[in-house]
Every structure is written in structure tokens, then in C-alpha cells.
Design a protein around this ligand. Structure first.
Ligand SMILES: [Ca+2]
Ligand SMILES: [Ca+2]
Length: 239
């Protein structure tokens, strides 16, 4: 990323980052169905952090999932399928933090201006044990301008199927959106802290798009002016 690109990205991020504390709408749904794939139709394989997408850069993990579960389960684009653990993670006794770094390298198909995030979706549950459908997590984002500083977007606590010992099996789907506009923009990384409530998470989807490079009138005029200077400066040499 050259100097102009970096500077432009920083300016755009500063201009467009949503103000801290603005309302985030949480919409929830759940089912008492014991069908292990009830919410699989909600799982996306083309969201920003999904494996194989040009927008996805890398993921780092702090903390351990319960045995037998792990990456890439939460971002492999595949929902739960029976008791197959491969496509899920199991938060049981530790807080696990997952940090997804988005690809901001335009040379490899990334977006140098970062990404505009419009929604975050999480699907959780297990066909035979109610508490595993609970969702207890927070999400934070960092920008291209400040890639190591994470600002919290939302905290989710959703336990419709009851606590340990409950017998109402079910699945949950939590979606975060903002009532007006995107959740965040100019984003270079998104971080999920999954609390130690027992939960089996099928997928974490982050929906959005490359933050567009706007065409501010001032920039257009500046570029036109520079081109004009270049043209004029060459003309005398041709005579
Ligand atoms: Ca996905
Ligand atoms: Ca999955």
C-alpha cells in the first residue's frame, strides 16, 4: 500500500467510522426443533471472514475450545450436521477470543480502504442439549487507520432455552445490524470474545463489502488540477 493509498484510507476511515455508542439492533430467533440443520440455511459461505473469500486474511485464537472442536469451524461456511464437530466450536470452560484480520492488500484482491460491515450473524445449538444453544459473546472492530485498536460494537447474551439441566432443546440465531446505516466501515479486523457459557457455535458470519473509495469533489478537482498542470508544463517543450 503506497503512501497515497494509506493516507486516503486513513482519511476515509476517520470520516466514515460510525460513532461509538450508536444503537445496535439485535434481532433474535430460536427454534425448539431438534433438527440439527434447522438454521443451516442462515449460514453463509461468502461472507467477509469465510475461508476462501478474497476479503478474508487470517484468524488468530486466544484461549482453547472444548476438546475436539476448533478452527476453522466458525468460518467454514458449513452449518452443523448431526453430531459432526468439524463445522462447529464448543465454548465450555474458557473465554475464547477469535480475531479475524481482513485482507487489505489490494494486490491480492483485498480492499485497501477496509470493509463496511452491515451485519453479524451467529448460529448456535445442538440437537440434544438445551444450554448449548446459548449465545454469550461480544464483538469489536478495528479500522485500517488503527488496526490494533479494537472498539466494541455489541455485547450479546441470549439464553432462550434455559440453563444447565433444561430439557428444551433448540437452536438460536442472533443477528446484529444498525437501524440506520452500516455497523461499521473502514474495518480491517473483527474480534469475537466467546464467553465460557456452554455453547456450540455453528458459524459466525460477517456480512459486508469493500468500503468504497468515494469521489469527493475536492479530490476530483485536485486530480484534474494536477493533470492540467502536467499538460501545460509539457506544452512549451513541444514548441
Ligand atoms: Ca461463513
Ligand atoms: Ca461452520
Amino acid at each position: 500500500m503506497n503512501f497515497i493509498t494509506r493516507t486516503l484510507a486513513a482519511v476515509l476511515t476517520a470520516l466514515s467510522l460510525a460513532p461509538a455508542g450508536a444503537a445496535v439492533i439485535e434481532t433474535h430467533s430460536y427454534t425448539t426443533s431438534t433438527s440439527d440443520n434447522f438454521y443451516n440455511s442462515y449460514v453463509s459461505a461468502t461472507d467477509l471472514i469465510n475461508i476462501g473469500q478474497a476479503s478474508y486474511g487470517s484468524v488468530s485464537q486466544d484461549g482453547a475450545f472444548n476438546g475436539g472442536y476448533g478452527l476453522p469451524g466458525p468460518h467454514d461456511g458449513i452449518g452443523q450436521n448431526g453430531t459432526n464437530q468439524d463445522h462447529t466450536v464448543f465454548t465450555y470452560s474458557n473465554v475464547v477470543t477469535l480475531t479475524y484480520t481482513l485482507n487489505t492488500n489490494a494486490g491480492t484482491g483485498g480492499s485497501a480502504t477496509g470493509y463496511t460491515i452491515t451485519a453479524v450473524d451467529v448460529v448456535a445449538g445442538w440437537p440434544s442439549y438445551a444450554p448449548y444453544s446459548g449465545q454469550n459473546w461480544s464483538v469489536a472492530v478495528a479500522t485500517v487507520a488503527n488496526p490494533t485498536v479494537f472498539n466494541q460494537l455489541a455485547v450479546v447474551g441470549y439464553f432462550p432455552c434455559g440453563e444447565m439441566g433444561a430439557d428444551t432443546y433448540g437452536y438460536t440465531h442472533v443477528q446484529l445490524t444498525r437501524d440506520t446505516g452500516a455497523l461499521a466501515t473502514g474495518i480491517s479486523a473483527i474480534q469475537f470474545s466467546l464467553a465460557s457459557v456452554p455453547a456450540i457455535i455453528s458459524e459466525i458470519d460477517v456480512t459486508g463489502f469493500a468500503t468504497p473509495v468515494p469521489e469527493p469533489a475536492a479530490l476530483t478537482l485536485l486530480l484534474a488540477g494536477l493533470l492540467g498542470v502536467g499538460v501545460r508544463s509539457r506544452r512549451p517543450a513541444k514548441r
